[in-house]
Ligand binder design. Structure first.
Ligand code: PLP
Length: 495
């Protein structure tokens, strides 16, 4: 018999572990110290700043083929990356719609990566924690323990997962086996004209096409017009379509409007439609004592999408989808694979979590939600939601009191739509002026807002989804907007 090769004589084997853990310890401690300073002083820095050319070109360097000491690598991060963030952790970031993160969540993401588990499933503590966080989401939404759910990358994926289940349940054929071509009557989904764009992408990915999602007109409060919705459903039935699913929005991205969930739940029951609630913004109102009434009825939905990286301020990414009928949920995704068979004991003896969505390998997203919920308690998160809504109301009052401002949509929860409106300006000039104000606010590092168009009117949009915002920040926004408005009016006099 040939002698086995001796491990002692083989070439030195490599690893990614450091050769000297004590050096790494010192550097890692410095990273933590720097991070604490970074977050502590966030208010003193500009919300956003343009990258200088040297920084831009640093990101054009080709693939590094040989090593650089970690100290030097970290230096590049502190110089080129950390000073130029998107800005959403800053107290005066109110653009689009995102959360402002939290330090505990950041530590959790670090620990999750160190612990390293794959949340595709299995019998281990991270999987139990993932289940627990899904259970807590059910509890917050008033969903029954028998419901299922899964943590995903965000609201877009949460909505997609729910709409796949809805399609499969309502198709009347085995879509998984036979495809959408086998569906007898074309399916129709319904949402308001304020629906988030991820639903369009979902309809396209579902193979149903964008036109299968009917956008229903909204009322003056930007909520779906239920009478128009009823009429559309009747019209579709008469024309040979199969109405399948209502997508209610609890908190639209434009203005924060919340569709009438009780009325939609009644209608869905009458018409035998799947009721999905896109609660990426507003589902978590359910835990806010002063505002929970706004989403009453959410627990009647067949599925809900919520976004812990918005109003729970988890670091990106984490979204969650809940499905009342767990067998329909699993039935849409489970595939038995010979290499993933369960065993009676050991690591493969627990349910596979990848049977509730599209991913196989899943990151350990639960820990950042779990640690922050444990540390603060759900009630504090509820109070912070109420606080943002009170702040948005405060800003709304400041706007109403200022003759040079105009409120463009009613403030429902935490999104304020307004514009600077001096007399004499036509619509085009008004839009140009407001966009310029928005850009100057960004470029001067004062505040980051976005803009939108509501029922044909262009406006600036302030989404207060931020646990660091104080009323003084909103006072500053008003003062600075007025200053820039007056300045630009003079400079651009002729626009
Ligand atoms: C943010 C949002 C989404 C998309 O969620 P992501 O987490 O960005 O993927 C969907 N719907 C609404 C109403 C949203 O506000």
């Amino acid at each position: 018999m040939d002698a086995l090769p001796s491990s002692a004589t083989s070439d030195a084997e490599e690893t990614l572990d450091p050769s000297d853990w004590s050096d790494v310890r010192t550097l890692a401690h410095r990273m933590v110290d720097d991070s604490i300073g970074y977050l502590r002083d966030v208010r003193k820095r500009p919300v956003w700043q343009e990258m200088p050319d040297e920084v831009r070109t640093a990101f054009e360097e080709p693939l590094p083929r040989f090593p650089t000491p970690l100290n030097a690598v970290y230096c590049q991060v502190t110089e080129n990356l950390m000073p130029y963030p998107m800005g959403n952790i800053h107290p005066r970031f109110w653009s689009w719609y995102m959360g402002s993160s939290n330090f505990t969540g950041a530590l959790a993401d670090f620990l999750a990566a160190v612990q390293g588990s794959n949340l595709g499933g299995g019998n281990h503590a991270a999987a139990s924690m993932d289940n627990q966080v899904v259970n807590w989401c059910k509890e917050m939404m008033g969903f029954p323990p028998s419901a299922s759910g899964t943590l995903v990358s965000g609201g877009s994926m949460a909505n997609l997962i729910a709409l796949i289940v809805a399609r499969n349940v309502k198709a009347g054929v085995d879509v998984r086996e036979d495809g959408v071509g086998a569906i007898e009557k074309p399916l129709r989904f319904y949402a308001s004209d304020q629906v988030h764009s991820c639903h369009r992408k979902a309809m396209e990915a579902l193979g149903l096409g964008n036109k299968a999602l009917r956008r229903i007109l909204t009322d003056a409060e930007l909520r779906i017009d239920v009478t128009a919705l009823r009429a559309a459903i009747a019209q579709d039935r008469a024309a040979g379509f199969q109405p399948a699913c209502l997508i209610a929005t609890a908190g639209t991205v434009n203005t924060g409007a919340i569709d009438g969930l009780e009325a939609l739940a009644n209608l869905a029951a009458e018409e035998a439609l799947w009721l999905h609630v896109d609660g990426c913004i507003g589902a978590l109102l359910a835990i806010a004592p002063a505002n929970a009434y706004r989403v009453s009825g959410i627990a009647r939905a067949d599925s809900v999408a919520l976004d812990p990286h918005k109003w729970l301020h988890a670091p990106f990414e984490v979204g969650c989808v809940l499905v009342r009928d767990s067998s329909a949920h699993r039935g849409a995704f489970a595939v038995s694979q010979e290499y993933l068979e369960s065993t009676p004991r050991g690591l493969a003896s627990a349910a596979w979590l990848h049977e509730y969505g599209l991913q196989t390998t899943r990151g350990f997203r639960a820990l950042k939600v779990w640690m922050a919920l444990k540390e603060n308690g759900a009630e504090k998160f509820g109070r912070l939601i109420d606080q943002n809504i009170a702040q948005a109301r405060y800003l709304t009052r400041l706007i109403e009191q200022e003759p040079l401002f105009e409120l463009v949509a009613p403030t429902s929860i935490n999104i304020v739509c307004f514009r600077y409106r001096p007399e004499r300006l036509g619509k085009g000039a008004l839009k140009a002026l407001n966009i310029e104000i928005m850009l100057r606010l960004q470029e001067e590092g004062i505040a980051v807002l976005s803009d939108t168009t509501v029922h044909g009117e262009h406006c600036l949009r302030v989404a207060v989804n931020n646990h660091r915002t104080r009323r003084e920040d909103l006072d500053m926004l008003v003062t600075e907007t007025l200053r820039l408005g007056a300045l630009l009016e003079r400079q651009l006099g002729a626009i």
